[in-house]
Design a protein around this ligand. Structure first.
Ligand code: HMG
Ligand code: MG
Length: 298
């Protein structure tokens, strides 16, 4: 049942940097993406087309995408919460767009300023227009394992949003632990609800590592056969509307674990570690990747 190959979606440039208080130049973001693709990342979430008033760090979205030397075989994606975002994203020629909803009403309001039902109505034309332009559409379902405002979130609440996303034609369903509270069996219970409605290849896990559970949660997901995960270089990340949540699981740590299990990801771990060291130096703080730090000082 355990997969022999895993696809990692590198979300460092987007989830990793969106919450960064200090300015990070477009040139540094572009260099990061270049290093990631050179290290074997084949799916890269580059930026977001959201309101610059809400998330100033992503305001240079078009500049970053325009500056990329794109590598054949690499798929680039961006977040588009509404038609305004999609219309701005389309000319930048990405392969995939991400709509992001939540399994909790409170988080939906805080993050995207509308209810779950309203978010689906906003996403409906985004999905249709993205498909008309030949793009794949991924959904992130935030707070699938717990919410900073509501607390517990049940698998029923997750399944409700999975069904709503499916009804509007979303191609892929990402189960997101925004605040990193999930533990392995709970993660499996949430993923199982997505797997009831989406094929195995179209369900993924997005685990923030706030409570140190992310690698265990990936292992639990692999037991179900799930083989697509979002990860973030140097363990960067966090959501501006989920206070205290730390970064995503570090790409270097996941690749180290999977290589040790004989599971292929296509990454060059040394090059990844260098990419993690690069962005950590830009940000002026140590990497949050345990494997990254260990391999650098080896
Ligand atoms: P709103 O205020 O409800 O939207 O925001 P609105 O349509 O009323 O527009 C208000 C203003 O925003 C207007 O500008 C619009 O033009 C502008 P003004 O007239 O005031 O100057 N606007 C936009 N500008 C640029 N691009 C757009 C856009 N849309 C409206 N696409 C909105 C709704 C969703 C835009 C807002 O709430 C927002 O931008 N939120 C940011 C949410 C966000 O980026 N969160 C972090 C990413 S999600 C995440 O990290 C979770 C994830 O990692 C999974 C997990 O871990 O859980 C994916
Ligand atoms: Mg996230």
């Amino acid at each position: 049942m355990r997969p022999t190959e895993v696809t990692l979606v590198e979300v460092g440039p987007r989830d990793g940097l969106q919450n960064e208080a200090q300015p990070v130049s477009a040139a540094h973001k572009i260099e990061l993406v270049h290093r990631l693709q050179a290290a074997g990342c084949r799916e890269i979430e580059v930026t977001s087309f959201v309101s610059p008033k809400w998330v100033p760090q992503m305001a240079d979205n078009t500049e970053v995408l325009a500056g990329l030397a794109r590598q054949p075989g690499v798929r680039y994606s961006v977040l588009t919460p509404n038609m305004k975002g999609l219309e701005a994203a389309l000319p930048t020629q990405v392969h995939e767009v991400v709509v992001f909803g939540a399994a909790s009403e409170a988080f939906s309001q805080k993050n995207i300023n509308c209810s779950i039902e309203e978010s689906i109505e906003r996403f409906r034309p985004v999905v249709a227009a993205a498909h008309a332009a030949g793009l794949k559409v991924r959904a992130a379902i935030s707070c699938a394992l717990g919410c900073p405002y509501q607390g517990e979130v049940s698998p029923d609440e997750v399944e409700r949003v999975v069904l709503l996303m499916k009804a509007i034609g979303v191609d892929h369903c990402g189960v997101a632990d925004t605040i990193g509270v999930g533990t392995p069996r709970k993660v499996q219970a949430a993923l199982e609800r997505a797997l009831k409605h989406y094929p195995l290849a179209e369900v993924s896990g997005h685990f923030h590592d706030t409570y140190g559970q992310a690698l265990a949660n990936i292992l639990a997901s692999l037991e179900l056969g799930v083989h697509v995960f979002d990860t973030s270089i140097a363990g960067l990340g966090g959501c501006p509307y989920a206070k205290g949540a730390t970064g995503n699981v570090a790409t270097e740590d996941v690749v180290y674990m999977l290589q040790g299990m004989g599971i292929a990801t296509g990454h060059d771990l040394d090059a990844l570690v260098d990419a993690g060291a690069y962005i950590s130096e830009v940000l002026g703080r140590p990497s949050a990747s345990r494997a990254g730090k260990a391999l650098l000082t080896r």
